[in-house]
Design a protein around this ligand. Structure first.
Ligand SMILES: [Zn+2]
Length: 320
């Protein structure tokens, strides 16, 4: 924000000099993206062909290429959500910078010169991409701590509410758990690999644990949890040793659930900044608090490479 005010205080000539510097920078950023996306050489996103690809002019500031094999015209952002954007890559980078600094939607919109709805949509497009990357990559092994937390269902921001809105989406009391709450189940290993998501409505079940952690926990891992029997049965089912931490006790030698407890309190603190989040976006915020890539260039490279399907394709209550 200081920088923003500083820029405001420049005279027209200084502003135009600054603009010049930023524009030439943005050009080389674009070149970086092309290099990153095609670091193994050019390839066609349609047929995968690596030969017979020629340059095919510029459009919206992007160098385009054409595959002579199948006729597909593409650029470095083809198939990512940046393909449809009319905003310059430099605005996206500015946006990511705001996001990494946890600026509000309002401040971010102001700094980037976009409207608030766009700022909100961009937030979740970026988080969608990181989320699908996390889904593909995260594996847990060794000593793994698991626990669940409950959040009231929230339809914040939705026009046609299915039922009465619990506006704030606050963390619900563990007592009196009902299907008006989503169960967020998270696991973390001692290498700080972590994975968490809305698993189901109400109390945790063995079925939802199986679905959530399918192919994610390496064999011969050791699972630490509280005394909820679902965890014991789940561990037995996947052939892992289970260590139960009795309630009231915090430690059993090297086995404890301190890391997962602090994971949940970090999540809770983080969510408080947003004055409640809609349940349909909750998984994205879990990814943001824990699996965020905090380097702008790296994040841009990931966004360019990842296919993006649809923003609106999202369940109101995304249980697995
Ligand atoms: Zn092709």
């Amino acid at each position: 924000m200081n920088l923003y005010h500083l820029i405001q205080s420049l005279n027209p000539e200084q502003k135009s000099q600054l603009l010049h510097i930023l524009q030439s920078e943005s050009k080389s950023n674009q070149e970086n993206l092309v290099e990153a996306k095609f670091h193994n050489g050019l390839f066609c996103p349609k047929c995968g062909c690596t030969e017979n690809i020629t340059k095919f002019g510029f459009k919206n500031g992007h160098q385009r290429f054409r595959c002579k094999n199948c006729g597909r015209v593409f650029n470095e952002v083809t198939d990512s959500f940046l393909m449809g954007t009319k905003k310059d890559i430099s605005i996206w980078k500015k946006y990511i910078d705001c996001m990494l600094n946890h600026f509000t939607i309002r401040n971010t919109a102001e700094i980037c010169g976009i409207n608030k709805t766009t700022a909100f949509v961009w937030r979740h497009k970026i988080l969608d991409v990181i989320s699908s990357k996390t889904d593909k990559e995260i594996k847990l092994n060794g000593i793994i701590e698991v626990d669940e937390a409950f959040f009231n269902i929230s339809y914040k921001g939705m026009r046609n509410l299915p039922r009465e809105s619990h506006h704030r989406g606050t963390k619900a009391n563990k007592r009196g758990i009902s299907n008006a709450q989503v169960c967020v189940t998270c696991a973390i290993d001692r290498n700080k690999n972590s994975y968490g998501k809305i698993s189901n409505l109400g109390r945790i079940t063995i079925d939802s644990l199986n679905r959530l952690f399918e192919n994610r926990i390496e064999i011969e891992s050791i699972i630490c949890s509280d005394s909820n029997s679902a965890y014991r049965k789940f561990s037995e089912g996947i052939g892992c040793k289970h260590i139960e931490i009795e309630s009231g006790k915090h430690k059993n030698g090297i086995y404890h659930i301190n890391h997962i407890n602090s994971y949940h309190s970090k999540l809770k603190t983080f969510l408080r900044k947003f004055n409640g989040v809609a349940t349909k976006y909750l998984n994205n915020y879990i990814v943001w608090v824990d699996n965020m890539i905090d380097e702008i260039e790296e994040l841009m490279n990931i966004i360019c490479k990842q296919r993006y399907r649809s923003f609106n394709d999202r369940k109101l209550i995304p249980v697995i």
